[in-house]
Ligand binder design. Structure first.
Ligand code: G4P
Length: 526
């Protein structure tokens, strides 16, 4: 098959949701439809259970599971679908943000009882940064949820995206009867079965057909006709360009646990979701069909076994064909590397592969040369853009508890930062090291891993910091003045970029007012 054809049949996406909205359940049902798994219950949730917070074995076990389910590839209707898992636990949000740089679109799951929740809002902001196309699945219609119109309004308002319903629920909760798919002009009747994959599907070209009454009852039939008329009147037809620019989200209703509405979502997804598109490096825009391979690393997973210090780096292929055993260029180090042990991820398993195409994710074994954001290529010199670090929310100073193990600590910290576990800031004065994270759980992970994998014992001292802002300025003189005046609060990130460590919100505001020539950035990419 030509590379163009391979690209056309690929759909690479992620599912995002607030924890408990049904991401794991929906993932599982999609895999069932794709024939990648045979029975429900096979996909383990990658979420870290709150009860497991202090149970290390449990967290390690979860980490093990999450590598297996990090990327799930399956075939559906001649398409090769790559579903990237995103950790649901908010302490691992940064991992999710990075994974979103490797997808071409997302499916967002919303619980119809709870509506738009905080984590969904945050994830949507990340999608918006990259104009990622979003399809929305409103889940749990078998429960008494909120009014569907109200839910749609909430999505528009809180997520700042227009919506276009593609299906419409017929009642909900105990009375839930099914959905009418405006996209396919089909009535899908709810059976309420978790086991069955086929629902009763009735083609209804004309909703005025009197058979509707027989199928859903008089009251529901009338209501559905009214609703559909209203929707068609209020919401314009789905504009594909707007969808692909992330401006409008097609919306489906269903119940993942009951396997209901999932096939309709998947069929529409396969029809409309974007194929791998061109991507930008700091030198030029690269098209997927170019014949030379290039891709970037968005995730690194360390082997938890201290005897096998290798790691798996996840490469998103952006252009050309990737071939096992070929020499590729490591752009940051300006060196050639050869990857002979390359895996593709199928649902639940890894398998060695010989070649992969744009949109695919491959895992390469690494002994410490790769870090998140690295570009691999067949000669191309530019680095792919778009893997920012976000300003962390919690900061703690690293205290070395064993002076004899400074080297191990240095190495351990550096490797964990390459994996993107957290961010390290080193103060210019006194070389104090501060770790910044999105959630408190990471400190436990770091402490545990430093000790077990590197033999370095640390403690963390809480610090009163509000934000780390990356700073830049067109005016060198002003920049120097700023650094001189704020010396004690200037640090460098892992790449040596200058960061201003602001202690409070009010103080940051004051500094911004006093030094307007400085640009303050809340992500590392600007
Ligand atoms: P997450 O990955 O987004 O965190 O959510 P997950 O799929 O784990 O689903 C969270 C809970 O919601 C699960 O129940 C799941 O069974 C339930 N759920 C998912 N889809 C539906 C739906 O369509 N209707 C209803 N009523 N519930 C749904 P749980 O009790 O936490 O776990 P379990 O014991 O059922 O597995």
């Amino acid at each position: 098959m030509s590379i163009e054809k391979e690209i056309q049949r690929r759909r690479t996406f992620g599912i995002i949701s607030h924890p408990d909205a049904g991401k794991t359940t929906l993932t599982e049902k999609l895999l069932l439809f794709g024939g990648a798994i045979q029975k429900a219950g096979a996909v383990k949730s990658s979420k870290i259970d709150m009860h497991a917070r202090s149970d290390w074995m449990e967290i390690e076990k979860q980490r093990g599971i999450s590598v297996a389910t990090s990327v799930m590839g399956f075939d559906y209707r001649d398409m090769k679908i790559n579903l990237l898992d995103t950790p649901g636990h908010q302490d691992f949000a940064e991992d999710t943000y990075r994974t979103l740089t490797a997808v071409d679109s997302v499916v967002m799951v919303i619980d119809c009882v709870k509506g738009v929740e905080i984590q969904t809002e945050k994830l949507m902001e990340v999608c918006r940064m990259r104009s990622t196309p979003v399809l929305c699945f409103i889940n749990k219609l078998d429960r008494e949820g909120r009014d569907p119109y109200e839910l749609l309004d909430e999505v528009e308002e809180k997520l700042n995206i227009k919506v276009r319903p593609m299906s419409w629920p017929i009642s909900m909760g105990k009375d839930f009867r099914g959905v009418y798919s405006m996209y396919e002009k089909k009535l899908v009747l709810f059976q309420g079965s978790k086991q069955q994959l086929s629902d009763e599907i009735v083609e209804i070209e004309d909703l005025n057909d009197s058979s509707l009454e027989e199928l859903v009852g008089e009251r529901n039939a009338e209501q559905l006709r009214e609703d559909v008329e209203l929707i068609e009147g209020v919401y314009p037809e789905l504009d594909m360009e707007e969808y692909l620019n992330g401006e409008v989200a097609p919306v489906f209703f269903g119940s993942a646990v009951n396997n209901f509405g999932v096939r309709e979502l998947l069929d529409c997804f396969v029809d409309i979701a974007p194929v791998p598109m061109e991507r930008e490096t700091d030198e030029r825009v690269i098209k997927p069909e170019e014949n030379k391979f290039s891709g970037f690393i968005f995730k690194i997973h360390a082997n938890m076994d201290p005897n096998h210090r290798n790691r798996i780096a996840f490469v998103r292929i952006c252009a050309g064909k990737f071939e096992r055993g070929k020499n590729y260029h490591h752009v940051r180090l300006d060196k050639k590397f050869r990857f002979s042990n390359v895996t593709a991820f199928m649902a639940q398993s890894k398998e060695v592969i010989d070649e992969a195409y744009p949109g695919d994710i491959v895992g390469v074994y690494d002994t410490g040369n790769l870090k998140i954001g690295d570009t691999l290529s067949e000669g191309e010199k530019g680095m792919y853009k778009g893997i920012p670090s976000f300003s962390p929310e919690i900061f703690r100073e690293v205290i070395n508890m064993d002076a004899m193990k400074s080297k191990q600590l240095e190495k351990g910290l550096s490797q964990l930062m390459d994996e993107g576990v957290a961010q390290l800031f080193t103060y210019e004065m006194g070389s104090r090291k501060v770790v910044g994270t999105v959630g408190a759980l990471q400190f436990e992970v770091i402490q545990h891993r430093l000790l077990n994998e590197y033999g370095a014992k640390v403690q963390f001292q809480p610090m009163n910091l509000f934000k780390a802002c990356w700073i830049s300025s067109e005016n060198d003189q002003k920049m120097n003045e700023f650094i001189a005046s704020k010396q004690r609060h200037i640090a460098k990130d892992k790449d040596g970029k200058l960061v201003f460590m602001a202690e409070t919100k009010a103080w940051l505001q004051m500094v911004q007012d006093n030094f307007p020539e400085i640009d303050y950035h809340f992500t590392s990419e600007f």
